[in-house]
Ligand binder design. Sequence first.
Ligand SMILES: *Cc1c(COP(=O)(O)O)cnc(C)c1O
Length: 427
Amino acid sequence: MDRNLNYQLFYQAKNYISGGVNSPVRAFKAVGGIPIFVKRGKGSKIYDVEGKSYIDYCMSWGALILGHSNPVLIREIKKIIENGTSFGIPTEIEVEFAKEICNAIPSIEMVRLVNSGTEATMTAIRLARGYTGRNKVIKFSGCYHGHVDYLLVQAGSGATTLGIPTSSGVPKDFVKNTFVVPYNNLDAVEKVVKKYYKDIACIIVEPVAANMGVVLPKNGFLEGLREICDYYKIVLIFDEVITGFRLTYGGAQTLFKIKPDLTCLGKIIGGGFPIGAVGGKKEIMEHLAPVGSVYQAGTLSGNPPAVTAGITTLKILKNKQIYKSLEQNTKFLYETIKQNIKKFKHQVVLNYIGSMFTIFFTEKEVYDYETVLSADTKLYAKFFHKLLENGIYFPPSQFEACFLSFAHADKDIEYTTKICKEALIDV
Ligand SMILES: *Cc1c(COP(=O)(O)O)cnc(C)c1O
């Protein structure tokens, strides 16, 4: 086995793919070194081109709640693609899948399938704008909703000012309708809403933030957003691309008992295939073309392999034991780390919910983007590489969530906990 294959591939990749990767965080810039190239995945593990195995906590950024190459999923997908891979014409399984999603998530009466989380949020916001006839959007700093132009924005100076683009190529004009406020800060939301409510179409939020590391909503935060939206007739959008079917079968909204007007889904509902979905009240959803005047379309939307992977995943997830077992495993990791915290060289804060968690290298309570940024990314990088050397793949950035899958066995969790503990004593 060639021990330098990862290096060689990355070297070649950089010549032919911009930055050597097809999505930036994969390039290991935040942790240094070079990425591993995966050859295959099975259950909780991935195997790189050099033949080394890793217990995987990236799980395709949370998409693979059943683990890699689940045998039932693979069997169903193989069966369906024998009969064609895409038609651009309606199929029966799309109806079955839509019903399943509507039954699972109480706020969703109707759904529209798209091909990615980005498309889902983009569609939800266009729909909210079309439905309300208003233009402005409120988002929270540190929440990620895909790479939609007007959502690639950070807070300007002062919490109530309009945002500034975080990516070049996004004209200032494109973000002039986007307000950015701190997560978990209802006062900041109210301030903006009171002044601009006549122009505000929607508030979009990750009900549990997972794209700045895991950050939980404070008590009353989501309820408060619901109240504000009801009062000012603003559309409340929950971006559940990560949390949908991860925290419970019905997503974060079932756990916290809050009904948003629109919900964005992705990741898990594709079982590892490209998919996304927008769902919500019929009254709003029927503003989409062809019934309504809000345009949205997709050549590959609702294609058979993605829909089959989705249906099969959801069927398996109906077993509530899965969520129980996922949470128990995460809790074991959390509690062992908590118990040993005094032994660590540096203070850490562990945020977790359900089957996702982040270990932040900070002393502060982490509840918004500002407190997230107090984390020491250099320490995380050292920690990350210690785990990698020991066959554990954490996401290559401090500001991402770790995900467990149902395929993670007790011995995987025990080994991971042991290595994490050793690494935390060491770094
Ligand atoms: C991943 C993610 C997206 C974007 O989904 P893509 O499929 O990568 O376009 C949007 N919102 C949230 C909360 C996500 O985690």
